[in-house]
Write a protein that binds this ligand. Structure first.
Ligand code: CA
Length: 529
């Protein structure tokens, strides 16, 4: 493929019926710049921002992705810079009379023959890392757990070379909360399901304070953990009773002084480290991947380069029998008609509508709507409003039928393409995808974020060459080559697919290399007391 002249004025139009396109050139283009089509800029247009391709009269629709992203507030002659202050945002689509499971979809060929080296768990799930996780019931214990984790890392971990790391599952929930409010189910089940993430090998140990509202048996009620008796032989694994739930309670009277608490945690950690250290990687089909995709710090290139490449990889994964979750409810709300049309059956379409309704109501309690999503950085990067952002975001979901829907904090029950309803907030979305059972995380960014999570590898995909070059030791994949004409969407999609298999097999991402770990942030829509 020939590389276009970087000085040549260039725009990208997403659909033949679009009346705007985005300027690709680094640093934007000056007034008077002339495109190969003959279009001449009437004013300076920044990189990633929109230019009117034809005269757009006041009140007429502005189309990108073949979707109306706004109505012109004044006449916009061809060659004008089309930015947020010149657009009236359309109303959100009503959640009635939607197309239900209407999309005609041709069967695609299964994709066979791709595998990775993973840690198979007793419940059939597969880990991509071998981690000891320490679950906490309440924020009160976070400092103690943090102290203990440092000591475990320095004193115990070197004795167990097959264990990758130790992770304290610290959070701000657990007490001072209306724990019987209906929506409290969301943070509680999320924390429970995070403890059961495949990367923790089914080894659950809990540190509790003692007097907190979220008592250990409420967090992990009997039967919720498939505890395996590893005293039996590997072949003869069978579930055992709940008394084996392993809790260190700091207020226990046997604890005299701080160090006795640390000793208790270290002693229990050792038991789990012994067992985790026996685990080895084995060949697993690509179907065992559980990939969570999301974006953060988006710009106008997100929907042109990185997200379409992720969408291509999503289709490959689904063809390989894997599970892919897409999320971020406010960033798909404006495409609800596309989603209900792609639902595998009418039940899935109804579940999609249920999650959108729940979120509309949640936002309306705060007297806002989905448009509260966009950030100053999004707008600086060329995204005028949430409609434009959503059309670029949803591309990550690829083109396959939506097989199922998860409410926030729920655990996966099936394979295929799943809508896991979460806020778009990066760390809350990531936390809820962890709860669902994610073992690889894909994160696209245009503005740039150093995002990372301790429990799973995060592969970061840059939307622009400039970001990929400046953040060369933070970005794992450069999808900016799509905008510059150096690579196709398909090529970057395949590259990402192969990288996922390598990372799932143990290759470190940049976020892992630098140990960049954002906090777990539980989604708590219920009241605080
Ligand atoms: Ca996000």
């Amino acid at each position: 493929m020939s590389i276009p002249d970087p000085m040549q004025p260039l725009f990208i139009r997403m659909h033949a019926d679009d009346n705007v396109a985005i300027v690709v050139n680094k640093g934007g283009l000056a007034s008077g710049a002339r495109f190969p089509s003959g279009l001449t800029l009437r004013e300076k247009v920044p990189e990633g921002h929109k230019v009117a391709l034809v005269d757009i009269a006041a009140g007429m629709p502005v189309r990108r992705y073949n979707v109306v992203i706004g109505l012109a507030l004044s006449d916009l002659p061809a060659g004008s810079w089309v930015h947020e202050r010149l657009l009236k945002m359309p109303e959100a689509r009503k959640l009635a009379d939607l197309p239900i499971a209407t999309e005609n979809r041709a069967e695609t060929q299964p994709l066979n023959g791709y595998a990775f080296e993973g840690y198979r768990n007793a419940d059939g799930s597969v880990g991509t890392r071998n981690l000891l996780a320490i679950t906490t019931t309440v924020q009160c214990v976070a400092g103690v757990v943090d102290f203990a984790v440092h000591r475990i890392k320095s004193e115990l971990l070197p004795l167990y070379p097959h264990v990758d790391d130790v992770v304290g599952l610290e959070h701000s929930y657990g007490c001072g909360v209306a724990i019987d409010a209906p929506d409290a189910v969301i943070p509680i089940r999320a924390l429970r399901n995070i403890s059961l993430n495949p990367n923790f090998g089914g080894e659950v140990m809990v540190v509790s304070l003692g007097c907190e509202k979220l008592q250990p048996d409420r967090l992990l009620p009997q039967g919720s953990i498939p505890i395996v008796d590893r005293r039996a032989s590997a072949i003869d694994q069978k579930p055992i009773e709940h008394e084996s739930l392993d809790v260190v309670c700091l207020q226990d009277e046997s604890h005299v002084g701080f160090m006795s608490m640390i000793d208790s945690i270290m002693r229990q950690a050792k038991v789990h480290l012994e067992r985790l250290n026996l685990r080895r990687r084995e060949a697993c089909p690509a179907a065992d991947l559980v990939v969570g995709v999301q974006c953060g710090g988006s710009d106008a290139f997100s929907g042109v380069t990185a997200n379409p490449a992720v969408g291509f990889a999503t289709d490959l994964l689904v063809r390989a029998g894997a599970t892919v979750m897409f999320s971020e409810t406010t960033e798909v709300r404006d495409a609800i008609d596309q989603l209900t049309a792609r639902a595998a059956n009418p039940e899935v379409a109804q579940e999609l509508i249920r999650e959108m309704e729940w979120y509309d109501n949640y936002l309306s309690k705060g007297l806002v709507d989905r448009s509260a999503n966009t950030t100053p950085g999004n707008k600086k990067g060329g995204l005028s409003n949430i409609v434009e952002k959503a059309m670029g975001s949803i591309v990550k979901s690829g083109s396959r039928p939506i097989a199922g829907v998860l409410a926030p904090g729920e655990k996966l029950r099936q394979k295929g393409l799943i809508f896991a309803a979460t806020p778009a907030s990066d760390f809350i979305c990531g936390t809820l995808q962890l709860a669902a059972g994610m073992n690889v995380h894909i994160f696209t960014t245009g503005r740039g974020t150093p995002y990372g999570l301790a429990p799973v590898p995060v592969i970061k995909v840059a939307t622009r060459n400039d970001l990929a070059e400046r953040w060369h030791d933070l970005m794992d994949v450069n999808a900016g080559r799509i905008a510059s004409g150096e690579a196709s969407i398909e090529e970057v999609g395949w590259e990402l697919f192969h990288l996922m298999l390598e990372v799932a097999s143990g290759k470190k991402t940049w976020a892992e290399h630098w140990k960049l770990h954002n906090a777990l942030v539980l989604f708590n829509p219920a009241p605080i007391t």
